[in-house]
Design a protein around this ligand. Structure first.
Ligand SMILES: C[S@@+](CC[C@H](N)C(=O)[O-])C[C@H]1O[C@@H](n2cnc3c(N)ncnc32)[C@H](O)[C@@H]1O
Length: 248
C-alpha cells in the first residue's frame, strides 16, 4: 500500500516537473521571440536613420561647394521653393537637407515626368525625404517648353538652376518665370559660366551663359545680388553665377 502511494507521488512529481520544464521552455521561447522582434525593430529604425541621413551628407561631401551656393540663394525663412527645371531633384535634395521644413514645387518638362517618377526622383530625393520625415514634402509639376502651369504673382522664391541655357523658347520662359513670381518675390538664377574648352553643355549641346548675358536676359527685373561660387563637377571647377532678381 505504502509502495503504491509512493509511486503515485513519484508520478505526480514527474508530471509537475515536466510541466514546469514545458512552461519554462515556453517562457524562454516567448522571450526570445519578443526580443528578436524588438531587435529587428531597432535594426530597421537604425537602417532608416542611416539611409535617410547619409545620402545628402555623402553628397555634400562630394559637392562641398554646394553649401556656399545654397547660402547665396538667401532662403532663410522661406517656406515654399519653386524649382523650375528640377531634373531628378539633385539640388532639391541638398536644399531640403539644409532647410528640412521647406516645401518644394518641382517642375520639369513632361517627357521627363516618367523618368522622374519612376527612377531618379523616387530613389534620390523623395525616398530620403519620406524616410526622414515620413511624409510627402514636394509636388511635381509637368511643364511645357514655353509655359509653366503655375498661378501668376504667387511665389516668393523661384529657383532656376542650370536650366535657362537649355530653354528652347527663352523669351517665353523668361516671361513665365516673371509671371509666377510675387511682386516682392525673388527669382534665383544659377548658371555655370562657360570655361575655355567647355563653352557648350555636353548634355544638351547648348551654349553656357555668362553672368552678363543672364543679366541682359532678365533686364526687365531688378538685380538684387550677383555672385560667383566655385562649383566642382568631376575634375572641373566652374564658376556658378548666382543672380537674384526681383520685380520691384
Ligand atoms: C541641366 S538640368 C538642371 C537640373 C537641376 N536644376 C540642377 O541644378 O541639377 C536642366 C533641366 O531643365 C529642363 N528644361 C529644359 N527646358 C525646360 C522648360 N522649358 N521648362 C522646364 N524645364 C526645362 C530639362 O528637362 C532638364 O531637366
Amino acid at each position: 500500500m505504502k509502495v503504491c502511494k509512493y509511486k503515485r507521488v513519484e508520478v505526480w512529481s514527474s508530471i509537475i516537473q515536466s510541466q514546469k520544464l514545458l512552461l519554462a521552455n515556453n517562457i524562454f521561447e516567448t522571450n526570445i521571440k519578443t526580443n528578436m522582434k524588438k531587435i529587428s525593430i531597432v535594426c530597421i529604425v537604425i537602417v532608416l536613420i542611416i539611409t535617410s541621413c547619409s545620402s545628402a551628407k555623402l553628397n555634400f561631401r562630394a559637392y562641398p561647394t554646394l553649401k556656399d551656393e545654397i547660402n547665396e540663394y538667401n532662403l532663410t525663412g522661406v517656406d515654399t521653393l519653386v524649382d523650375i527645371g528640377c531634373n531628378w531633384g539633385f539640388m532639391t535634395e541638398f536644399i531640403e537637407y539644409k532647410y528640412p521644413s521647406m516645401y518644394f514645387i518641382v517642375e520639369d518638362l513632361p517627357e521627363f515626368t516618367n523618368y522622374v517618377k519612376n527612377k531618379q526622383m523616387v530613389t534620390q530625393s523623395c525616398v530620403s525625404k519620406t524616410l526622414r520625415f515620413m511624409k510627402k514634402k514636394y509636388e511635381f509639376v509637368a511643364g511645357f517648353v514655353d509655359s509653366i502651369p503655375l498661378p501668376s504673382n504667387f511665389y516668393k522664391r523661384v529657383l532656376c538652376r542650370k536650366t535657362v541655357h537649355e530653354f528652347t523658347n527663352v523669351e517665353k520662359m523668361v516671361s513665365e518665370l516673371t509671371r509666377i513670381l510675387k511682386s516682392d518675390g525673388e527669382l534665383i538664377i544659377a548658371e555655370p559660366e562657360p570655361l575655355p574648352g567647355y563653352e557648350y553643355d555636353k548634355y544638351c549641346k547648348r551654349k553656357h551663359l555668362t553672368a552678363e548675358e543672364i543679366i541682359k536676359i532678365f533686364s526687365h527685373l531688378r538685380l538684387i545680388k550677383s555672385s560667383k561660387i566655385p562649383y566642382k563637377e568631376g575634375n572641373i571647377t566652374w564658376q556658378m553665377a548666382v543672380l537674384r532678381f526681383t520685380k520691384n
